[in-house]
Ligand binder design. Structure first.
Ligand code: NDP
Length: 280
């Protein structure tokens, strides 16, 4: 048991007037059998924000971990995402009901369109269902994921509510400075998925290692801190208890402007994940 202080995680303001904890726990690629234990560990460490999705196949286990934690539901910020096969007004509404049942909760804090699927051309209609779900109180905040400026433009032209967040691939190798600026202009918070680039080469990078050494921190902590200082919302995934702890211990140091620039310099403009215009 660690004694991390949950109040150390900053809250990021959303355009609705609400807020979101800047650090959460991601559960993509956590097997259902491992999910309850991993989420329980995250709660024990102090995380109060969980990022799941219908696609991840572990909503039931996330719900079980929430119930077992003994925490009040209001203390937890819970995100889920609409599956790619559930675009369309009624299908999206039905899919949310299914998530609520699996997660054993009355509402989710944030519901996202997981991928825009422009080839199917239903994301505007899907967004209208999200607006209605928000009015009904079944979702507190609504947002999108993997949307490009073109997709955001269509929502702006054809619907009413500005997405609270856009959750996009973002890490030092794919820093997305342009899209982050677009989000800023539109009042949309940037959520960064795969924040440590899934733990590969980035954590072996020499420049990152040098900063980590100088700060007495791990490379992953340096990268997560870079996100925090940029203002990104992050939810690193791990099934390893020590890493779940490490990834939470990023609020007790600060990177200098020079260190931030060094990490900015790693941008290769290359995705590790799929292209939003084609995926799904
Ligand atoms: P991350 O960048 O969070 O990396 C996770 C990997 O890094 C795992 O292999 C983990 O290993 C390893 N790792 C975690 N912490 C450390 C550490 N401190 N030191 C070394 N290695 C570490 O990748 P994800 O793709 O999981 O992204 C995070 C979250 O973003 C997802 O869980 C999901 O919630 C969201 N996401 C959303 C997407 C979308 O389309 N909207 C797409 C992809 C992700 P191990 O578990 O073995 O410890």
């Amino acid at each position: 048991m660690t004694s991390s202080d949950t109040s150390s995680v900053p809250a990021v303001a959303l355009n609705s007037g609400g807020s979101i904890p800047q650090l959460g726990f991601g559960v993509f690629q956590i097997e259902p059998e491992e999910t309850e234990q991993a989420v329980a560990k995250a709660f024990e460490v102090g995380y109060r924000h969980v990022d799941t999705a219908q696609m991840y196949g572990n909503e039931v286990e996330v719900g079980t971990a929430i119930k077992a934690s003994g925490l009040d539901r209001s203390e937890i910020f819970l995100t889920t995402k609409l599956n790619n096969d559930s675009h369309g007004f009624q299908k999206a509404k039905n899919a949310l009901e299914e998530s609520l049942s699996k997660l054993a909760t009355e509402y989710v804090d944030l519901f996202l369109i997981h991928w825009p699927r422009p080839q199917e051309d239903k994301y505007v209609e899907t967004w209208q269902a999200f607006e209605e779900l928000q009015k009904e109180g079944k979702v507190r905040e609504i947002g999108v994921s993997n949307f490009t400026p073109e997709h955001l433009d269509r929502l702006a032209a054809e619907t009413t509510v500005v997405p609270a967040v856009n959750q996009i691939e973002l890490h030092p190798f794919f820093a997305q400075h342009g899209l982050r600026r677009e989000h800023g202009d539109r009042g949309i918070v940037t959520e960064a998925w795969s924040p440590i680039a899934q733990g590969g080469d980035l954590l072996e990078d020499q420049a990152v290692a040098e900063i980590a050494e100088a700060r007495g921190k791990k490379p992953a902590q340096v990268i997560l801190r870079w996100h925090v200082q940029l203002g990104n919302v992050i939810f690193p995934k791990s099934v390893t208890p020590e890493r779940i702890e490490q990834n939470f211990e990023i609020f007790d140091f600060e990177l200098s402007d020079e260190e931030m620039s060094t990490i900015d310099g790693l941008d290769r403009g290359e995705r590790i994940g799929p292209d939003p215009d084609r995926f799904g």
